[in-house]
Design a protein around this ligand. Structure first.
Ligand code: AMP
Length: 116
């Protein structure tokens, strides 16, 4: 990553305050500032090493699994346990923050069905 901290790096360091919805030693979750679903939470690793999920999966699959586990816990706590996990990879795919993050979408997703 570049030396310039991303907005998520600044959240991890505490420079930008957020309401923490879930936290482990390595992972942080907080609400997306521009929600696209009734529940829209960002789940990020605290470390700034990985730009996107492709890099994360190759470099630390256990950390990726931890993000999925936190997603399931949040969906169970805040919705009916079902959830959608979205990773935008690359600017052309809509990625704007180059600190890997999962978008956890849950609650009322029937209106936002992909495909079909
Ligand atoms: P992406 O487009 O996949 O890179 O997602 C970046 C997401 O970060 C967007 O959905 C933004 O709404 C969200 N976002 C940007 N700044 C903040 C912030 N300070 N707090 C919470 N969410 C943010």
């Amino acid at each position: 990553m570049s030396d310039e901290p991303t907005v998520f790096g600044r959240i991890v360091s505490g420079e930008i305050p957020v309401e923490v919805l879930a936290e482990t030693e390595r992972v942080l979750a907080f609400a997306d500032i521009a929600p696209q679903a009734p529940i829209h939470i960002l789940i990020i690793p605290k470390e700034t090493t990985y730009r996107d999920v492709t890099e994360l999966a190759a470099g630390d699959p256990g950390l990726l699994a931890e993000i999925v586990s936190v997603a399931k816990d949040l969906a169970t706590r805040l919705a009916d346990g079902d959830y959608r996990l979205v990773f935008n990879n690359g600017a052309a795919a809509g990625q704007t923050v180059f600190h890997v993050h999962a978008h956890l979408l849950a609650g009322g997703l029937e209106e936002h069905t992909l495909g079909a």
